[in-house]
Structure formats: structure tokens, C-alpha cells
Design a protein around this ligand. Structure first.
Ligand SMILES: *[C@@H]1O[C@H](CO)[C@@H](O)[C@H](O)[C@H]1NC(C)=O
Ligand SMILES: *[C@@H]1O[C@H](CO)[C@@H](O)[C@H](O)[C@H]1NC(C)=O
Length: 113
């Protein structure tokens, strides 16, 4: 890929930054525990990534946050406290940058009741 000669005008510098950013790398999602008991246990899931824009998926669709769920301010940590049977399924975090977006491998949560 060929970059145009860097223009002297300041307004274009951020665009050069975008061009130099690579595609987002695949985030890693880890859970504190994947086999938990309904109404007893909490689960903490952490998305390891350098990207700033993070969203969460549950069973491959956008996660709807319930009252029992809390996202950290930087959106990297999801806490479910307590877990309920309807929380069982596959969780992923998805990260994006201006070049691309990519998802973690799914983490399957089992809820005993
Ligand atoms: C995960 O939760 C289960 C069910 O409550 C518990 O028995 C088990 O000890 C926990 N495992 C870990 C690693 O915390
Ligand atoms: C999510 O997926 C799990 C595992 O396939 C399934 O058991 C569960 O019913 C699904 N939950 C919802 C709300 O779709």
C-alpha cells in the first residue's frame, strides 16, 4: 500500500495516524468461573485488548445489560452478580478500531440450578 506524501497541513495528521493503525487484534476473554450456581455465584469476565471501543455479545447478539450486570467504566470487565439460569450461554467481547473489528473466542457459561 502506498501512502501519499505527508501533507504539511496539520488537519491531515490524524488521518495519517488512521492509515498507520493496523487491523484490531483478536481480544482474549477470560471468566472467573464458567460453571456457577444460580443466585449464589457471581461471574467476572475480563476482555483483554488494547483497543478502546469494546462491545459485548451474548449468544452472538448484542448483550442486553440486566440490573445484575455491570460493565466497568472502560467496558473491559463485565460482572454478573448473582448469575441466573437465563445468563447461561456464550459470551464474547468485540473490539473495533477505524480499520476493523474482531471478536474474542466465545466463553460458555454454565449455570447450575
Ligand atoms: C466455580 O463455581 C462453582 C459453583 O459454585 C464452585 O463449586 C467452584 O469451586 C468454582 N470454581 C472456581 C475455580 O472458583
Ligand atoms: C444461549 O445459548 C445457550 C447455549 O447454546 C442456550 O442454552 C441458551 O438457551 C441461549 N440463551 C438465550 C437467551 O438465547
Amino acid at each position: 500500500m502506498e501512502f501519499p506524501a505527508a501533507p504539511a497541513r496539520r488537519g491531515l495528521v490524524p488521518w495519517l495516524g488512521l492509515l498507520l493503525a493496523g487491523p484490531a487484534s483478536v481480544p482474549t476473554l477470560l471468566a472467573s468461573n464458567t460453571t456457577v450456581t444460580e443466585n449464589e455465584d457471581a461471574v467476572v469476565m475480563t476482555c483483554y485488548t488494547d483497543e478502546i471501543f469494546i462491545t459485548w455479545l451474548f449468544n452472538a447478539t448484542s448483550l442486553q445489560l440486566k440490573e445484575r450486570m455491570k460493565l466497568s467504566r472502560n467496558r473491559r470487565t463485565l460482572t454478573i452478580n448473582p448469575v441466573r439460569r437465563e445468563d447461561a450461554g456464550n459470551y464474547q467481547c468485540k473490539v473495533s478500531n477505524p480499520v476493523s473489528s474482531t471478536e474474542s473466542a466465545p466463553v460458555e457459561l454454565y449455570v447450575k440450578y
